[in-house]
Design a protein around this ligand. Structure first.
Ligand code: NAD
Length: 252
């Protein structure tokens, strides 16, 4: 994997940011894509400043993954800067379901599906020609334990993550002949900015941790390590798989 060329979406925060650190630390060149310009600029400065980055190079690209022009631009950036594409980590995702009766609920569903499903479909189809040209490669999608077992009060997000899991399986079947492996991780509760508003509710972290067999939330770098494994040659015979990284939550 050293010196591989890797795209990471949703790269400015949480799990995506941990992937940028891990992959560059281990010598990969990374195109980091996010729609949050200021956090992306912070990422571009931070790796050098906090000593986390390794020998890999980092290029940043501001864009919305639900738009085809972002898919096209991120692959072009990898090819222009690094000459090839080996791995696409399609991680950008949003949550925040509204109550069923809320007037804006369906508009919110459309927004969530646009990022969590359409954005992944765009990421896959945009990457395929470059991965084919490289003789094969790996796509890793960040799904969720909420796509394996629904959690209450979260219907739009549950629907989007259930859909993306079957999208991953379908893509794996269609792309196997080109030696393009397509897999997903399904994180459980993970300490990232996405979860900050939950963390602030008194007692919630403790109560939710008690439901997890490993008795704690996961860390962004633990999710990045699972993504690294699926992207690496160690997973050469794995495609169409969904790897729960949830402390045992969905084993119950
Ligand atoms: P996060 O909010 O910390 O990071 C997500 C990043 O994606 C942000 O930088 C955001 O700006 C970016 N993003 C959002 N919409 C985008 C768009 N349209 N185009 C480009 N970038 C966009 O969240 P996180 O917790 O690191 O989540 C990453 C992934 O992990 C998501 O797919 C999420 O659903 C999934 N996940 C998270 C948890 C958890 O507990 N944190 C659990 C299961 C799954």
């Amino acid at each position: 994997m050293a010196r591989s060329s890797v795209i990471v979406t949703g790269a400015a925060s949480g799990i995506g940011r941990a992937c940028v650190h891990l992959f560059t630390e281990r010598g990969c060149d990374v195109v980091a894509v996010d729609n949050d310009r200021s956090r992306l600029e912070d990422l571009a400065r931070a790796p050098r400043a906090d000593g986390l980055a390794g020998p890999g190079e980092l290029v940043t690209l501001v864009g919305d993954v639900s738009r085809q022009e972002t898919g096209t631009a991120m692959v072009r950036a990898a090819l222009e800067r690094f000459g090839r594409l080996d791995v696409a980590v399609l991680n950008a995702g949003i949550g925040g379901t509204l109550p069923w009766e809320d007037e804006g609920a369906i508009a919110r569903l459309d927004e969530i599906l646009a990022v969590n499903v359409r954005g992944v479909a765009i990421g896959i189809r945009s990457s395929v020609p470059a991965l084919r040209a490289a003789g094969g490669g790996a796509i890793v999608v960040t799904a969720s334990s909420a796509g394996l077992a629904a959690d209450p009060g979260n219907w739009a997000y549950n629907a989007s993550k259930g859909a993306v899991i079957n999208l991953v399986r379908a893509a794996a079947l269609d792309l196997a002949a080109a030696d393009i492996r397509v897999n997903a991780i399904a994180p459980g509760l993970t300490e990232t900015p996405l979860m900050a508003r939950h963390r602030d509710i008194p007692g919630l972290v403790e109560a939710s941790s008690r439901r997890v067999p490993l008795q704690r939330w996961g860390l962004a770098r633990e999710q990045a390590a699972a993504i690294w494994f699926l992207a690496s040659a160690d997973a050469a015979y794995i495609t169409g798989a969904v790897l729960p990284a949830d402390g045992g939550l969905t084993a119950m």
